[in-house]
Design a protein around this ligand. Structure first.
Ligand code: PEP
Ligand code: MN
Length: 338
């Protein structure tokens, strides 16, 4: 930690700060300038109280961490891109831009099978579908639960597509892990650390959505929980953040793509469906995401969006999805990917 003292501080005040640093269990190193003194405090923050408390001292101007708070997710820890294998032969984070697609919610066998077959045919590599849905109102469709998971397994068998589905609670970890190839942690649970730890322990890849009001550092630290508990298979998924804008449901933060790619070795996924809340924006957002270096796209697709049980306004039709996949092809090639 770097502690900058207020200018022209009497020696007695300087000593007071040094004493406090030692009391907290750290070793101070002093650098004296013309008007100001800077102190480097050395020690293991996990074993001692935080030096942040020094901020309240009247002698202290600023307290700045030297190291990033996230370690295992950081590119410093692992300079090469990490790749994450899903199922037998899908790899995210490599040369291929992997498209995950499917309905917001699993509604019925016909709805899921029709969608799964259509998205597979159009080139999607992973099937999405919510069995447990985090709905804003308790009176809205909450998902089919285990019946939905069984339908996802059936669709995987029929199409060969691995499955991603959301996990809402620690109580469901074992059940969802039995059916899913990727566990989705939703925006509303992105800082539910006990859930992240329980999900990490399954060893399955974890797609971690960015929380509605989460800073990028907080999102990376949430991912750090998963790695710190022995699971290095994390996908960071930007899905829009809450802003004052009302034209869109959320504001998709595409700058998060190069930022997370720079800060972390882990793959970045863009969800343009929750990102804008509007089907008419999905294609443009996907194109922007590919151009900015996203490793994967998570797209909601429904055979009849107007009759969807959740998120109807943002889901693409089967034809819309197939058209989008055709449009993405040259763009993906133009950025040097497959
Ligand atoms: C979803 O993917 O359908 C969903 C609910 O996502 P989010 O957690 O990003 O809102
Ligand atoms: Mn949805």
């Amino acid at each position: 930690m770097i502690i900058v003292l207020k200018p022209n501080l009497p020696k007695a005040d300087e000593n007071l700060v040094l004493k406090e640093i030692r009391r907290l269990g750290y070793k101070p190193h002093i650098m004296r300038g013309v008007a100001r003194t800077v102190i480097g405090a050395i020690g293991d923050e996990a074993q001692h109280p935080s030096l942040e408390s020094l901020r309240v001292l009247p002698q202290v101007e600023s307290v700045t961490p030297v190291q990033k708070r996230f370690k295992l997710v950081s590119r410093e820890a692992h300079p090469q891109d990490s790749t994450i294998r899903v199922g037998k032969d899908v790899v995210i984070g490599g040369p291929e831009v992997v498209v995950m697609a499917g309905p917001c919610s699993v509604e019925s066998e016909t709805q899921l099978m029709t969608t799964a077959e259509a998205v597979a045919k159009a080139g999607a590599k992973i099937l999405r579908g919510g069995a447990y849905k985090p709905r804003t109102s308790p009176y809205e469709f909450q998902g089919l639960g285990v019946k939905g998971l069984k339908l996802l397994a059936k669709a995987r068998k029929a199409t060969g597509l691995p499955v991603i589905t959301e996990l809402l609670s620690e109580d469901h970890v074992d059940q969802v892990a039995e059916y899913a190839d990727i566990l989705q942690i939703g925006a509303r649970n992105a800082q539910n650390f006990q859930l992240l730890i329980a999900a990490a322990k399954t060893g399955l890849p974890i797609l971690l959505k960015r929380g509605l009001s989460m800073k990028i550092e907080e999102w990376l630290l949430a991912g750090e929980y998963v790695l710190a508990h022995g699971n290095r298979h994390v996908l960071f998924c930007e899905r829009g953040i809450r802003t004052f804008e009302t034209y869109t449901r959320n504001t998709l933060d595409l700058a998060a793509v190069p930022i997370v790619k720079k800060e972390s070795h882990l793959p970045v996924v863009i969800d343009p469906s929750q990102g804008g809340g509007r089907a008419d924006l999905v294609a443009a957002m996907c194109k922007g995401a590919v151009a900015m270096g996203a490793d994967s796209l998570l797209i909601e697709v429904h055979p009849n969006p107007k009759e969807a049980w959740s998120d109807g306004a943002q889901q693409l039709s089967l034809e819309g999805f197939s058209k989008l996949m055709g449009e993405l092809k040259p763009l993906i090639a133009a950025v040097g990917r497959k």
